[in-house]
Write a protein that binds this ligand. Structure first.
Ligand code: ADP
Ligand code: MG
Length: 698
């Protein structure tokens, strides 16, 4: 039997294949493009394309596609075959450098937020040579960026690459100041932990809400939920194990470094985590992972739910974005060092992140905002919508000592002086694993925990890279002009801690008292919904920062705000329409039928014993009757509200109307439906219950 080492990456045109199939000259030139962003010569592109095609064809591929990530949040591909007619009536397989470098899919059906007039439907895709090409099915997929003809980014990849470049540029300036001349480039790396639910196809098919919305819109709490904590890290059921095994194999062949898998807190919930990689590669791989999860699940008669909150009252699914920055020499810049100089450098990078998170709380919140994730943030399971940072007591102690010119216990009762004293060794493993913090330092990386399970990780990392690049730029500007580097450094670190201490919170982020303190005392932002936060993408400070680093143009930001808000509105409207339909055509009739049978029984009972006392049946019929009235009234109210939002005028106003009227009305209707569910004989209820769904996979 083939072992993992034999087939890992077998479907990837990776470095091993490049070395084996390209001449030394072509390989060297391509490597320079990959590592240092050098321009690519068309002759080199032709040679690479030809080798890529031969390799792909030998693996059974017949087509190629420029694989890209439009603003829909999923990936897109348009397949072209390699065939080209030959004079003898047959075909040859062809693929040119031009086809590798640039593609021209019809862009007219992808959201552009007004960036592309419809008469100018064409967009183009451009090869991202830093992410390896791979084969999916019979198609060679070439990771690409997607732009309009005017040069505006229409995807998530382009700004991600730009943000990585911005971070690289500013981080290199800092490293040079510390005398580090060897480093060629600095990149951020990410390991995203992915949560998901697995349920059976039969249950899924019986629930229109799951089919159309990815989440249940009604459903009473199951008698057994997650209160026993018996699912978390529990034994994996055979059917799930078979799914995971096949998923791992598929992803390994695609070069995805899948590492861990386990059951999560909720019944039917699981997690997969890869070993971290460079941010753009990690982003591509996470998109692939989500896609392959759904495909493999289907082969097992299962459905993989990636929605952030498929079941109310049951834990939702998130994605932890583990992020750090490292040099091409493998030095993690968020890892405390051995020498005083390394330590000072580490503290400066740490401060850059602290400043970035405080200054751009809003951008981080915006980067994870979707209708689905709004259900999760602030519920008692995921970090709140308030952004704060966890550093752990030891690191906090060190920062406080610096801030107050006070001695720190590990430093022999002297004042901590950067560049002179070795930092006290703080033990990585004792950093308390604070699970409630939205942004936690975990020894040598930060874990940003606000992402929703279905979010592309691109947005969060665009904002993170850009905001940290901005801090570093401010530091570099100051330090490059300093007369005394060390004292300037010390002062700047001190100032950062003083100015941004409010963002550091080591306590329980789920506590209501914290939310009050955060907003009322510390003045931190609390944007509860997408409608609240998204307009702030266009706040001057955000536009200035993002445009100054070349990550977005103003037009791109404007279009993105509109697209994200449109997504939000559309999502909720589809949900509301689905709920109206379910309540009116299935729930209410089912309750009616049951009530009618109960009423008949009540009649029969009365005829039998002539008692005037209210029977069980009569009392229940009355209760159900008032519930069906509520269901009918609330359905009508929701429908009216849906009609009213059409008149909102623009997408910002519409999103507010959705938040203030549609969502609350959906909740009210749901409450009536869920109460009816608990009172109705199971055999009358039109849908599988939460218990049926959550315990469906055995
Ligand atoms: P957990 O958070 O569950 O304890 P780990 O801390 O081992 O697990 O890692 C979680 C994720 O963080 C993994 O995907 C891992 O590869 C990633 N990770 C580890 N080190 C780094 C790093 N330096 N940069 C980015 N991600 C990292
Ligand atoms: Mg983790």
């Amino acid at each position: 039997m083939a072992t993992v080492t034999d087939y890992f990456g077998s479907m990837v045109f990776d470095d091993r294949v490049m070395r084996a199939t390209l001449t030394a000259e072509v390989y060297g030139s391509l490597k320079k493009t990959i590592d240092e962003g050098a321009a690519l010569d068309i002759k080199v592109a032709n040679a690479v394309a030809s080798a890529m095609k031969d390799w792909a064809v030998s693996k059974g591929a017949t087509h190629f596609t420029h694989w890209f990530q439009p603003l829909t949040g999923i990936t897109a591909e348009k397949h072209d075959s390699f065939i080209s007619p030959s004079p003898d009536g047959g075909v040859i397989m062809e693929f040119s450098g031009k086809e590798l470098i640039k593609g021209e899919p019809d862009a007219s059906s992808f959201p552009s937020g007004g960036l592309r007039a419809t008469f100018e439907a064409r967009g183009y895709t451009a090869w991202d040579p830093t992410s390896y090409a791979f084969i999916k099915g019979k198609t060679l997929c070439i990771p690409t960026a997607f732009c309009s003809y005017g040069g505006h980014a229409l995807d998530k990849k382009t700004p991600l690459l730009r943000s990585m470049e911005a971070l690289n540029k500013q981080a290199l300036r800092i490293l040079r100041l510390f005398g580090n001349d060897e480093v060629k480039y600095v990149r951020s790396s990410v390991g995203p932990e992915q949560e998901y639910f697995l349920i059976t196809k039969e249950m899924y098919d019986a629930r229109p809400d799951l089919k159309y919305c990815g989440r249940t819109l009604i459903g009473a709490k199951p008698p057994k939920g997650q209160e026993m904590d018996d699912h978390y890290f529990g034994v994996i059921k055979p059917r799930v194990a078979a799914f995971m095994e096949e998923l791992n194999d598929e992803l390994w062949k695609l070069g995805v470094l899948v590492k861990t898998e386990h059951n999560e807190v909720a019944p039917a919930q699981h997690e997969l985590a890869p070993i971290y990689s460079t941010t753009n590669v990690a982003t591509d791989h996470n998109q692939l992972t989500m896609e392959i999860m759904q495909k493999v699940a289907a082969r097992h008669g299962l459905v993989c739910l990636l929605h952030e909150k498929p079941f109310a009252g049951v834990n939702g699914s998130g994605k932890h974005n583990n992020w750090s920055i490292a040099t091409d020499r493998g030095q993690n810049l968020l890892s405390p060092g051995e020498t005083p100089y390394e330590n000072a450098q580490f503290l400066l990078f740490l401060c850059a992140v602290i400043k970035a998170v405080d200054d751009y709380q809003d951008l981080l919140r915006i980067s994870v905002a979707t209708a689905g994730n709004d259900h999760r943030l602030g519920a008692n399971e995921a970090p709140p919508a308030v952004v704060s940072m966890f550093l752990g007591d030891e690191l906090d102690g060190i920062l406080s000592a610096i801030e107050n010119d006070a001695p720190y216990q590990g430093v022999k009762k002297e004042q901590m002086k950067l560049g002179v004293h070795v930092l006290p060794r703080f033990n990585r493993d004792t950093t308390d694993r604070n699970r409630t913090s939205p942004f936690a330092f975990t020894g040598n990386k930060f874990e940003f925990r606000m992402l929703g399970s279905s979010n592309s990780i691109a947005c969060a990392n665009i904002m993170l890279n850009s905001a940290v690049a901005e801090s570093l730029k401010i530091y570099a500007d100051r330090l490059e002009g300093a007369e005394d580097f060390e004292s300037a450094l010390h002062e700047m670190i001190k100032k950062t801690i003083k100015d941004h201490r409010r963002i550091i919170f080591n306590g329980n982020g789920y506590d209501d008292a914290w939310i009050r303190e955060a907003t009322e005392v510390r003045g931190l932002l609390n944007y509860r919904t997408t409608a609240d936060c998204m307009p702030h993408l266009l706040d001057k400070k955000n536009v200035d920062m993002l445009t100054s680093h070349g990550v977005f143009t103003v037009e791109e930001l404007r279009s993105r705000r509109d697209i994200m808000l449109e997504n939000y509105c559309k999502t909720v409207k589809i949900e509301a329409n689905t709920l109206v339909d379910m309540a009116r055509s299935s729930v209410a009739p089912a309750v009616e039928k049951y009530s009618a049978d109960l009423a008949r029984n009540a009649e029969a009972k009365r005829a039998l014993d002539g008692s005037l006392a209210l029977s069980y049946e009569t009392r229940l019929v009355r209760k159900l009757s008032s519930l069906t009235d509520s269901i009918a009234d609330r359905t009508a109210a929701l429908e009216d509200a849906l009609i009213a939002v059409h008149d909102a005028g623009n997408v910002v106003e519409e999103s507010k109307a959705i938040r203030d009227s549609i969502l609350p009305k959906m909740c009210e209707l749901r409450v009536a439906c869920d109460e009816a569910e608990t009172l109705t004989d199971r055999s009358y209820w039109p849908y599988p219950t939460y218990a049926d769904i959550l315990f469906s996979v055995r």
